[in-house]
Design a protein around this ligand. Structure first.
Ligand SMILES: [Zn+2]
Length: 349
């Protein structure tokens, strides 16, 4: 009798155990399912698969910030005439609390240069991938981006005019838009600029008249004052060129011109060896043409940065501003490699 009740007890316990572990399994698998579902809903499509609309850009920046709250700070640094947000996107691996030098990357200043914001997206993706070479730079630098500086102009290139360059603020003579890269306060409207508001290189009624250039100025100034900003990159297309300041006047040179010349030379050589694509390089005012009021010149002179670069990406004119989806990946990979070389040039010092 005793042994029978013992047997009953053992059977009961093992039954209870199996019920318990089944419910535990169910709980665990439900949790995993929910987590997977959550991750699926947060998944970012590969950045180089297609050009994104502004709505897609906003959506994906928010998703990224949600998936990596420990690394990413998404901010709004201004609003455009049409009340669209200008976002900042910072990736900083600040575990040790060090004050690393900061890098600012600005994309999407000129509306029609669609590959520019696509490159910022590629770079974010690379920085978040711990297997990528680019992400190693997080040990030495904090990264701050403006992934889309000119959303009004960008939206207009999707809806009305694919080749629009400026922003969309109303100007005199019934014309619209200012060339943001002529609107900074450095030799304002002297070279390579037009005072005619209908021109696509109209410098604006005065320096910093535009909400977008003001947003850039204020954000970069804040990064300089609070975050040890040392380098800025200005991502444009097309022409395959890597340039450093100054552009406002050919004779105006930066104190460390020799060092910057070495850096752009090295970057161009490395890309040529890696992919065969040729990038020309040099001081912008000498090498391209003089153009005053540019954001890169202003950042160099007024913020006293160690380096600022303008990268004109693929191609050399076959597709020009209308680079195809198929080319995003190679253009973005090359630009990322160029930036890696240019930044490493300052680590190796
Ligand atoms: Zn441009």
């Amino acid at each position: 009798m005793k042994s029978l009740s013992l047997l009953f007890l053992i059977v009961l316990i093992s039954h209870l155990q199996s019920v318990y572990s089944a419910s535990l399994r169910k709980n665990v698998s439900e949790k995993a399912g929910r987590l997977k579902e959550q991750l699926r809903s947060l998944k970012i499509e590969k950045p180089f698969e297609h050009f994104r609309t502004f709505e897609e850009i906003e959506r994906d920046l928010k998703k990224w910030a949600k998936t990596h709250p420990e690394l990413i700070t998404l901010g709004v640094i201004g609003q455009t005439y049409h009340k669209r947000n200008i976002y900042s996107f910072s990736i900083a691996d600040n575990d040790c609390g060090e004050n690393k030098p900061a890098v600012l990357i600005e994309c999407g200043m000129h509306a029609r240069e669609w590959v520019s914001p696509a490159i910022c997206f590629h770079m974010i993706n690379e920085l978040l991938d711990y297997n990528s070479k680019f992400s190693n730079l997080l040990a030495s630098f904090d990264f701050h981006m403006i992934p889309m500086l000119n959303p009004d102009g960008y939206v207009y290139t999707w809806t009305n005019d694919r080749l629009w360059r400026k922003n969309r603020s109303p100007q005199a003579k019934g014309c619209v838009g200012v060339d943001l890269n002529r609107n900074f306060d450095i030799d304002f409207c002297v070279a390579g600029s037009e005072t005619d508001p209908c021109s696509h290189i109209f410098c604006g009624p005065k320096a910093f008249s535009e909400l977008e250039s003001q947003a850039f100025r204020d954000y970069a100034t804040q990064l300089k004052q609070e975050n040890n900003l040392k380098h800025s990159f200005h991502i444009h297309s097309y022409g395959q060129m890597i340039t450093y300041p100054y552009g406002y006047k050919a004779e105006a040179t930066v104190p460390n011109a020799e060092k910057l010349e070495q850096a752009v030379y090295k970057a161009a050589m490395i890309i040529k060896n890696l992919t065969g694509t040729e990038y020309t390089y040099g001081q912008s005012g000498k090498f391209i043409y003089e153009a005053s009021g540019g954001g890169d010149d202003w950042a160099m002179m007024y913020l006293g940065l160690e380096s600022t670069y303008c990268i004109e990406n693929q191609d050399t004119g076959d597709y020009g501003f209308m680079l195809s989806n198929r080319k995003i990946k190679s253009a973005a990979s090359e630009c990322t490699e160029i930036m890696t070389v240019l930044l490493q040039h300052f680590i190796e010092d």
